[in-house]
Write a protein that binds this ligand. Structure first.
Ligand SMILES: NC(=O)c1ccc[n+]([C@@H]2O[C@H](COP(=O)([O-])OP(=O)(O)OC[C@H]3O[C@@H](n4cnc5c(N)ncnc54)[C@H](O)[C@@H]3O)[C@@H](O)[C@H]2O)c1
Length: 341
């Protein structure tokens, strides 16, 4: 397959490039480079690298592809709030325009990287599945829900979108992020000797290693197209729904010298949801995540220690998406570049 991966120089993208190439696919990556210079390790190269805004791609650019893996986005709640207009412009309008372009170019598969956070606040209710009412609690989550609806409406014979609602990612990537709950708790334990829990520790989060999101994308891209045509699919594992305090326990076992501190600074964060992954299991019974929380955290711990990860790394903007954007004024730049075309 010839595959276009948008946002391939972000956190999940390097795993997608690696796994798709290893499986024998030809991979072209397109990325505007918001986090250039923030890599933890050298990134794998795609077969071709386009340094462009995906919103500038034309039908002609897309004509030779069999599939698009669409990762590029303003990729979490705090970044989404920084500039809600831009978040909608990229995550919603840009994604819909890309899908329309893909349909017109005859690209048959469109894999959209969405989020389980569309489930919002479920708390101790039964785990949400794909038929549960969505409850987006942020501009980011809302942009993902609306993109699913509008791109879903484009599904037709010859154009098969599929919407991966990914659990919260964690674990090692060459383009590491430490603004995700597991990575943040672990990196803080290593760098500061503290496990700082911002909430009261009770909210639920489904978790998945970033490598396993890439593996799920590959499995879906290689599955018979009619199997996933137009579907939303929660991507994660039923055994990997955790309360934040249970994540802290796992981190505490790995870094026993770190002390647990409840900072109470995120008592207003309403996100709290458990998710069912039975559709993924039913559709792709052969797919199994390689990592669980413990093995993925152990692997990341080893890599942080090998690289001598310390407090200056933890405090720097390098691995925190929001800080990088704020420091560089990248958000303003992205808007400017697009509106100038
Ligand atoms: N990390 C998670 O926990 C998680 C969970 C669920 C869903 N997702 C979704 O998966 C996708 C990838 O997440 P990530 O963690 O790798 O994000 P990331 O922020 O690390 O990477 C996003 C990449 O997209 C690029 N990009 C942004 N706007 C662009 C544009 N207009 N044109 C071209 N490139 C652009 C950025 O430069 C960056 O390299 C996102 O859509 C995100 O919403 C992530």
């Amino acid at each position: 397959m010839r595959v276009l991966v948008t946002g391939h120089r972000g956190y999940i993208g390097p795993w997608v490039v690696r796994l798709f190439k290893d499986a024998g696919h030809e991979v072209v990556g397109v990325d505007v480079g918001l986090f250039e210079g923030c890599a933890f390790e050298p990134l794998p190269y795609a077969d071709a690298e386009w340094s462009r805004d995906f919103r500038d791609l034309s039908v002609r650019d897309l004509a030779s592809f069999d599939a698009i893996v669409h990762l590029a986005a303003i990729s979490n709640d705090p970044m989404g709030e920084l500039d809600p207009g831009l978040t909608r412009a990229v995550n919603l309008e840009g994604s819909v325009a890309l899908a329309e372009c893909a349909r017109d170019a005859g690209v048959s598969r469109f894999l959209f990287s969405g989020s389980c956070s569309v489930h919002g606040k479920g708390g101790d209710d039964a785990p949400a599945d794909e038929s549960s009412p969505v409850q987006p609690l942020s501009v980011y989550a809302e942009s993902k829900v609306l993109a699913e609806t509008r791109i879903g409406a484009l599904a037709q014979p010859g154009f098969s979108p599929v919407f991966l609602r990914n659990a919260t990612a964690f674990g090692h990537s060459p383009m590491l992020r430490i603004d995700l709950v597991v990575n943040n708790l672990l990196a803080c334990a290593v760098a500061r000797g503290e496990i700082r829990i911002h909430s009261d520790g009770s909210p639920w989060r489904p978790l998945i290693h970033c490598r396993d999101i890439a593996a799920a994308l590959l499995a879906i891209a290689e599955a018979p197209v009619e199997l996933t045509h137009g579907l939303a699919i929660n991507v994660g594992d039923d055994g990997q729904n955790y309360r934040v305090k249970d994540v802290a326990d796992v981190v505490g076992n790995l870094v026993p010298t770190a002390r647990v501190i409840y900072t109470g600074e995120a008592v207003d964060d309403p996100r709290d949801y458990r998710v069912s992954f039975s559709r993924l299991r039913r559709l792709l019974p052969a797919f199994a995540p390689l990592y669980d929380l413990r093995t993925g955290a152990e692997d990341l711990l080893r890599r942080l220690q090998q690289r001598g990860f310390r407090q200056t790394d933890f405090d720097s903007p390098r691995y925190v998406r929001l800080r990088t954007l704020q420091r560089r004024g990248e958000v303003a730049e992205l808007r400017y570049e697009k509106s100038s075309v």
